[in-house]
Write a protein that binds this ligand. Structure first.
Ligand SMILES: [Fe+2]
Ligand SMILES: [Fe+2]
Length: 169
């Protein structure tokens, strides 16, 4: 695609391969966020019990944040001349975040959330690396999302620590 010879950086003709690579990474990130929204809605709704209330509320808050991330990734895909995929291209990967056998199994959900957040942290760290010196705008956006995911993981690691301390995890 020709975007003009005066255009520099990620939109220049020479960068079109790189731009496609970044769109592919952003598309994966978009699907990760969408799947996380599904998993967190289910978990925040399904969990039962007095102890689960805190976790349910934290997950319900995260649903909104992850949805916001999905929208940010979608917008950036478009800005880079990509196309946000349709639902038929979706492939589920969060086997570890399916509803547990018992809906009072808070620890299973906490561990699943930590795994999901870790996966996001790994993928977004890769995007930050791949955009270094190439696409500072995408990099800046992903750094800020990465910080959110680190915060989510830290929160749930704290929850897990409490259960471990009490010998319930
Ligand atoms: Fe997210
Ligand atoms: Fe997150």
């Amino acid at each position: 695609m020709e975007t003009g010879s005066l255009d520099k950086g990620i939109f220049s003709g020479e960068s079109s391969g790189t731009r496609e690579d970044i769109v592919a990474l952003l598309t994966k990130a978009y699907w990760m966020e969408i799947e996380t929204v599904m998993s967190y809605i289910a978990a925040s709704t399904n969990l039962d019990g007095v102890r689960a209330q805190e976790i349910r509320e934290a997950l319900a808050e995260d649903v909104e944040e992850e949805l916001g991330h999905a929208k940010e990734f979608a917008n950036r895909i478009k800005e880079l001349y990509g196309v946000v995929p349709g639902s038929q291209e979706f492939q589920a990967e969060q086997g570890f975040l399916q509803p547990p056998e018992h809906q009072t199994d808070v620890v299973a959900v906490i561990r699943g959330v930590i795994k999901a957040e870790t996966g996001a942290i790994e993928h977004y760290t890769r995007i930050v690396e791949e955009t270094e010196g190439v696409d500072p705008v995408t990099q800046d956006m992903v750094i800020s999302i990465l910080r959110d995911e680190q915060g989510h993981r830290r929160l749930f690691e704290g929850f897990l620590r409490e259960y471990e301390f009490e010998g319930k995890a």
